[in-house]
Write a protein that binds this ligand. Structure first.
Ligand code: SF4
Ligand code: SF4
Length: 156
């Protein structure tokens, strides 16, 4: 969502809700998806979030509605000319989407979110700041506890 969105100049034509999408070169609203997730609270929750945003084109943010994954992948039905290839059968969420204050009016940026994690590294930095014992979290897993017990048993 931080990319600059190509907007076809409208010249002197007045932009209205009815003609707005026809001037939108990139159809940016069809090039990503967001998915709301439970508010991460524990180290385990953030560890899971780190795994999720380790996947290509996946980011995370928090705004006034909560926490979301942001997947920057274009819809497979988006035609090269910006039209929807399944317009008459498009899902309800696409029908409900309003072009009022959409990406045509300007790209979203970090200022639009309470928190924005564009990369694994940015979230890792946040985790280390939020949890003093972040880097020790994996030492306490049941799997590691078993390994420690086995090591101790072997020493006896
Ligand atoms: S809703 Fe907005 S971003 Fe989507 S195609 Fe229309 S003008 Fe472009
Ligand atoms: S189904 Fe059509 S309207 Fe919906 S995101 Fe894909 S291209 Fe856009």
């Amino acid at each position: 969502m931080t990319t600059v969105i190509p907007i076809k100049p409208a010249g002197k034509v007045k932009i209205t809700p009815e003609n707005k999408c026809s001037f939108c070169k990139g159809s940016t609203c069809c090039t990503y998806l967001t998915h709301q997730i439970d508010t991460p609270r524990s180290m385990e929750d953030f560890d899971m979030l780190l795994w999720q945003i380790s996947h290509a084109n996946t980011q995370a943010y928090k705004d006034s509605d909560g926490w979301f994954l942001l997947v920057n992948n274009r819809c497979l039905h988006l035609a090269p000319d910006g039209r929807c290839g399944i317009y008459h059968d498009r899902p309800q969420i696409c029908r409900d989407h309003s072009n009022d204050e959409c990406e045509f009016d300007g790209p979203c940026g970090e200022g639009d979110f309470d928190l924005f994690f564009p990369t694994y590294e940015s979230l890792l930095k946040f985790c280390r700041k939020k949890f003093k014992r972040w880097d020790e979290r994996l030492k306490a897993t049941p799997e590691n506890k078993t390994k420690v017990k086995k090591k101790k048993a072997r020493k006896k």
